[in-house]
Design a binder for this molecule. Structure first.
Ligand SMILES: [Zn+2]
Length: 244
């Protein structure tokens, strides 16, 4: 069978597993996650992967370490014991971020804690010095023994606060479709303005492309103003918890 079902487990005791379709021929998984495997197949059989991308908008921004399992057919059943080895990676509730392949033709990733910030890092061959972890958000990087590395299965089920720039890279990759415009332009066109429930006043702010994308990404329904308010609240909470 050229397409099989895959499952993402969050292992947090709360979030139900999600399902995706994996293409055996190319070796790549379609990142869109469905709560119902039958729904995943219905959309896939109708419109292939592009239909799946558009039918589930990428709204979820809560990224967690997950276990990824592939079955050998269209569903998980008693034969699950014969399926392949589980892999560990990252996912939101509507997108699989890592790993998108079964390994082999995809780089290896892990988490790297640098001065309190948890980055997603790519395992890079350092020649004589061996492999080292290179954060996705950094162009240049030097290895330091002070930075702590974590495998995804080490942090399975825990709440992770990850570097937003690293996540943007992964997020872009998992929501990209063959004909799609850059996700950034979609985020920029989303509605802005003052919701009825918020006081205050309108101000002009200038954001660089990354900040604009992230604000639209974490804001409700892509609302940039909401994203900025949320980010400010989170920054305060983070500072407060550090002072405690
Ligand atoms: Zn980063």
């Amino acid at each position: 069978m050229s397409h099989v079902l895959g499952r993402v487990d969050y292992d947090d005791g709360v979030t139900p597993s999600r399902f995706f379709v994996h293409d055996n021929t190319s070796g790549w998984s379609i990142p869109t996650l469905f709560s119902d495997p039958d729904e995943a197949w219905r959309i896939y059989d109708h419109g292939k992967s592009r239909a799946m991308q558009s039918v589930v908008p990428a709204h979820s921004t809560h990224v967690r370490a997950v276990r990824k399992v592939l079955t050998n057919g269209r569903g998980f059943d008693s034969e699950e014991s014969t399926t392949r080895e589980p892999q560990f990676g990252l996912a939101t509730e509507d997108r699989l971020l890592l790993p998108l392949t079964e390994g082999g033709n995809e780089d290896k990733y892990l988490l790297l804690q640098v001065e309190g910030v948890l980055h997603v890092a790519q395992e890079t061959d350092g020649g004589f010095s061996g492999a080292y972890a290179h954060p996705l958000c950094k162009d240049r990087w030097e290895y330091s023994a002070q930075n702590q590395e974590f495998a995804f299965d080490d942090v399975l089920g825990r709440t992770l606060v990850l570097c937003p720039l690293c996540l943007k890279r992964l997020f872009d990759a998992s929501t990209r479709t063959s004909s799609a415009k850059k996700p950034d332009s979609a985020a920029m066109k989303r509605p802005v303005g003052r919701p009825a429930a918020v006081g205050g006043k309108r101000v002009q702010v200038y954001l660089d492309d990354d900040s604009l994308f992230i604000a639209g990404w974490i804001g409700k329904d892509g609302n940039v103003s909401d994203g900025i308010r949320k980010a400010l609240r989170q920054a305060l909470e983070k500072r407060d918890s550090r002072e405690r």
